[in-house]
Design a protein around this ligand. Structure first.
Ligand SMILES: NC(=O)c1ccc[n+]([C@@H]2O[C@H](COP(=O)([O-])OP(=O)(O)OC[C@H]3O[C@@H](n4cnc5c(N)ncnc54)[C@H](OP(=O)(O)O)[C@@H]3O)[C@@H](O)[C@H]2O)c1
Length: 368
């Protein structure tokens, strides 16, 4: 069965439905690749359960409107985007826009918000997040892992643990695109075959922390090099991220990340040492079964793919069965694709709804 067909997906059949009659009121802080994909994913999906009422982004309104309308990766926005006095009007709905870098300078408390989606990538510590909470932000969903597990109240990989978000959490991390892609696969294979060692190599598309040509762009020397001219190894916290979410793999995981000169869609080459020899058909049968357990999140395909096939694909991961290999002694090699922007932006919205269901149930303000 091929479950890799792209579709827009916001509320997964795996749970986390928010059923209040009042749409959730959210704001976006940092309107870059992920922030704009979040807004767009919301407008491409039916349902109207979430309303974006504010965006804070240092750039000017005209450029924000322009980049919302015309996206080199995901195409022209399928709707209307207008500049209005002090904001944007998207498909007829008004969004207030501010342009500051200090979270204290935004009147979060005056907007009757349920949550702020922190998509700037600029904040990682509890002290950083406290700057939002202390200035009226009720809850913060962060688009990357906390600097340490203790810097956030909870880390979600949607589909795996979203039902366990504490209802009184104030800062939740949506983990990373790579943890969302790898955790469902690692958890299932460990359960079924026992992972003795895992080595993940991420082949990641370029990001805005790299320059187009060599420049003084970053403290990491490799991220001063032209993104479009080289394969660039970069540091990654993926191993720690996996061990944080799957403590049963503590001490067994290593990871590397390599930026490759494409605009979007990434892959993970997953090397495993399993407890015993497993054939390629047995592994693929287990992986295909995983896609049936997590519809909308995990897909499986045997087609001869190239990365562009998954641009704008909302799944967290697409397992490429054609690339599964074994080499005796329990060694196995598995290949995973994911749209690092679109998949992750859809998970931000999924987690928003799952968390909202918890805190609305707790306050009993509305039926959940
Ligand atoms: N891109 C992906 O594939 C991906 C996937 C999963 C998770 N993430 C995570 O999501 C976060 C954002 O990544 P991105 O790719 O969207 O980055 P991006 O395209 O650079 O967007 C970040 C935006 O936030 C703005 N910003 C910077 N400091 C700010 C502040 N203090 N307050 C408000 N806005 C601020 C930036 O403006 P300036 O450029 O002017 O500073 C930029 O417009 C990162 O943590 C990243 O790790 C990214």
């Amino acid at each position: 069965m091929d479950t890799a067909t792209p579709s827009t997906h916001v509320t997964s059949p795996s749970g986390g439905r928010y059923t209040s009659s009042r749409p959730l009121r959210i704001a976006i802080n940092g309107y870059g690749r992920i922030g704009r994909c979040v807004l767009r994913a919301l407008h491409e999906a039916p349902g109207g359960r979430i309303e974006i009422v504010a965006i804070n982004e240092p750039s000017d309104l005209a450029t924000m409107a322009y980049l919302s309308r015309f996206d080199s990766t995901h195409g022209v926005f399928p709707g209307t985007i207008e500049e209005i006095d002090g904001g944007l009007r998207v498909n007829g709905r008004d969004i207030a826009v501010t342009h500051v870098r200090e979270p204290e300078a935004v009147q979060w408390g005056a907007m009757d918000l349920d949550m702020v989606l922190e998509c700037s990538g600029h904040y990682g510590s509890r002290a950083d997040f406290g700057r939002f909470l202390d200035s009226g932000c009720p809850r913060l969903l962060v688009s990357h892992p906390g600097e340490s597990a203790e810097d956030v109240d909870y880390t979600v990989v949607y589909g795996i643990n979203h039902d366990d978000v504490p209802s009184d959490a104030q800062v939740v991390s949506n983990a990373s695109c790579t943890t969302n892609a790898s955790i469902p696969v690692l958890a299932a294979l460990h359960e079924q075959f026992g992972i003795e060692h895992a080595f993940l190599t991420t082949l990641h598309s370029v990001m805005n922390d790299q320059p187009l040509i060599d420049g003084y762009h970053h403290k990491d020397l490799r991220r001063t090099r032209s993104a479009m001219q080289s394969i660039v190894p970069v540091s990654t916290g993926l191993a720690q991220g996996v061990e944080r979410l799957l403590p049963q793999l503590q001490g067994k995981v290593q990871a590397k990340a390599i930026r490759v000169p494409i605009l979007n869609v990434s892959a993970i080459d997953l090397m495993l040492k399993l407890g015993h020899d497993v054939s390629v058909p047995s592994l693929n049968a287990a992986l295909e079964e995983l896609s049936r357990r997590f519809p909308g999140l995990v897909a499986y395909s045997n087609h001869p793919h190239a990365s562009i096939d998954f641009n704008h694909n909302p799944h967290s991961v697409i397992i490429d069965g054609s690339q599964t290999r074994t080499n005796g002694d329990g060694f196995a090699n598995i290949f995973l694709w994911f749209d690092n922007e679109w998949g992750f932006a859809n998970r931000m919205l999924d987690t928003t709804l799952a968390w909202a269901r918890k805190f609305h149930l707790q306050t009993q303000a509305v039926p959940g």
